[in-house]
Design a protein around this ligand. Sequence first.
Ligand SMILES: Nc1ncnc2c1ncn2[C@@H]1O[C@H](COP(=O)(O)OP(=O)(O)OP(=O)(O)O)[C@@H](O)[C@H]1O
Ligand SMILES: [Mg+2]
Length: 504
Amino acid sequence: MTEYEMTARLGTVISTDKGPNVLEFSFVLEGGPKEIIARRGEFVSVVTDNGIVIARVQDLLRTNRYYQHAEAVREYQSRGEPLRAIFPTDRWQYTIAKTRVLGLWVENRTARPYFAVSPGAVVRRIDEDTLSAFLKLDNKEGLHLGNLAYHNLEFTPSINRLLSKHLAILAMSGAGKSYFISVLLEEIISRKKEQGRLSVVVVDVHGEYTYLKDIKPKDLGLSDNEFQVEHIRASHIQIPVQSLAAETISSLVADMSSIQVRDLRRVISEMRGTMKDGYTLADIVTHVRENETISKNTREALIGWLINLDDTRLFGKSSVPDVKSIVKPGKITLIDLSDFISLKKKQIVVAHLASELLYLRRRNEIPPVLLILEEAHQFCPESRHELALPKSRIETIAREGRKFHALLCLISQRPVKLSTTVLSQCSNQAILRCTNPYDLEHIGRSSEGIDRSSLDAITTLEIGEALFVGETVSVPTFVKIRQRKYEPDGLALSLTEAVKKADK
Ligand SMILES: Nc1ncnc2c1ncn2[C@@H]1O[C@H](COP(=O)(O)OP(=O)(O)OP(=O)(O)O)[C@@H](O)[C@H]1O
Ligand SMILES: [Mg+2]
């Protein structure tokens, strides 16, 4: 007997109207009538001469002959004598597990299933090494993000599989998206140079990740110089005015006419020629004011817009911080937008960052970079009515970035509101608990790998449980995200705690 054949038996394949066929089979569970030895969602296996058939339990059905006839049940009910008092009903209860075949494992490789298992075949628990290899996990160099539901197996996707083709994290509020990001960042930051270190820029809308900079490197098993987290407040960011074309300025203010854009373009191109050291918005205002060739109305309108833009205090002569200096291998840079109330200001910063990252990465002036964007629907919404400056840049990264390793990780609690162009470019999705039917339908439509039964299971996920679909794993997989190694101080208070604290 091989080691595999000794793995625990779960049951025996039965012959039904529908199967076994290539994609489905059912089996009767072993064990006592009330024992639960296989659970919905669990992976199981059938060893055959042509390889190991790997399947997943889709549903469990309990039957009992004694209770098949409603009339008989009713009869004993009215007599006041439960059936089980008279007959050995328990002995006749058994469970049928319905499974869906996921693949065939032959000579350490996946093959497409091409035959049906035989009725009478033994169904076994899957052995963890086979499952890990089948799912394409990497238990040496992979990122340890959690554990597989129902199996004693760490979920360790490789960085290539998880991140190289953009990742979307979708779930309702409070489901554990940001917590998952913290775990992901812990894993990325703990990587050694020889494993390959990614640089990460996090757009931290609520300032939730600031605590990362307080981690003591040794808590993550790192030396002081291996640990690099930089926290940048958005209010300290300065976007160089020189980088703004007339069209960009026009997209920052609504309703600029094409004639006005053309006049502004002329002014800017003159200034670019003469003011090599950079200039401010106030300088443009002066030039517009002095330019007699522009009509008085246009001048006034342009000046008004430019002054408004200057009031955001986001623009200056030079770029602060220098994007080249914040994107370094193994470094995490937190762009903390929590100071800003205005959505427009947040959008301006994200648009600037996205275009800089794309531009510099294209020219290979910065290392491969992952841009993590919380509240992604605010920056690349589906709706055309919502003005969103960064949308076109993010869509460009989504479409073209993977070729030169400018990668996206988008997080959203309203998938319906997120641009479908962007969502469909995310080859990987981690979906946590989500109960809104519109969002679920949208997720189902935008993600190819997801079947009806997985979609239904999303509503039943607990906080911190995720379904991974796409290239990360070979088949959709449910994962319990692990605990953080490092907990921020002053965790969010519950309502009662906050009320008590305020009432002291
Ligand atoms: N994997 C996990 N293990 C333990 N606790 C978790 C896990 N995931 C989430 N939680 C708990 O749930 C809380 C909410 O999670 P989180 O802040 O990540 O939600 P979210 O999806 O980002 O919500 P929002 O959309 O409102 O930002 C966390 O503060 C934490 O207490
Ligand atoms: Mg969050």
